[in-house]
Design a protein around this ligand. Sequence first.
Ligand code: KIV
Length: 273
Amino acid sequence: MSTNTTDNTRKVTTRRLIEMKRRGEKISMLTAYDYSSAKIIDEAGVDVILVGDSASNVMAGNITTLPITLDQMIYHGKSVMKATKRALVIVDLPFGTYQGNSKEALASAIRIMKESHAEAVKIEGGAEIRESIERILCAGIPVCGHLGLTPQSINKFGTYNVRAREAEEAEKLIEDARMLDEIGCFAIVIEKVPAELATRVAQSVSIPIIGIGAGGGVDGQVLVMHDMLGINKDFSPRFLRRYANLADIMDKAVKDYIKDVKSGDFPNESESY
Ligand code: KIV
């Protein structure tokens, strides 16, 4: 089993992700919504960049992911695509752009692919949106599923607590994952479910399961970049590991700048023309 075969030159494709699962190589995925941060995480070697609808929260300051529009997702996707050379880029289909009917779903996915140049779309849900996913797949657009805690359904769930603790919901999740595998999705994100269940799902499908709050027995992990870098300090779920405290670093830098401007220390002679 290989542990780190990150190849910084070879482009990551949907096919390559499936090969990685077969080889037992874990997949790394992070969100990005803009050119500058996408460039940094692509050059660092992340396998997949998700232009998530979490942009609604971390970029636009909304409480949920529901308000973000298709045009806004395309804008973020386009910015990320301009910066990305190696990682596979997936753009989320936002709330209200695929649930109505499968033709609308296909039209939304086509707009994302044509206008952002992204390489795949992600879509939340299982059996209830099967027809939409199949129609998108028929157009040659790779689809990543998303099961478990699907944030676009927060108003139905009423809470961001762990999903599928009960047998009935757990069984449905397994059936949905098998169905997504059978119809041709290339991966599934599984969010906030018991680790044991996520491991069972990963073992019962041929495509990679990328977990967030789903334990270590899956094929890869995804985190929201702003959370793992400590830019967003208000969000501290148990599953989050913070790799930096950028909010503190930025706070200090901004305070130092203000001090230097006020005191006249900035700019000095060498910083002037
Ligand atoms: O929108 C997003 O960032 C996501 C991840 C949390 C998986 O869907």
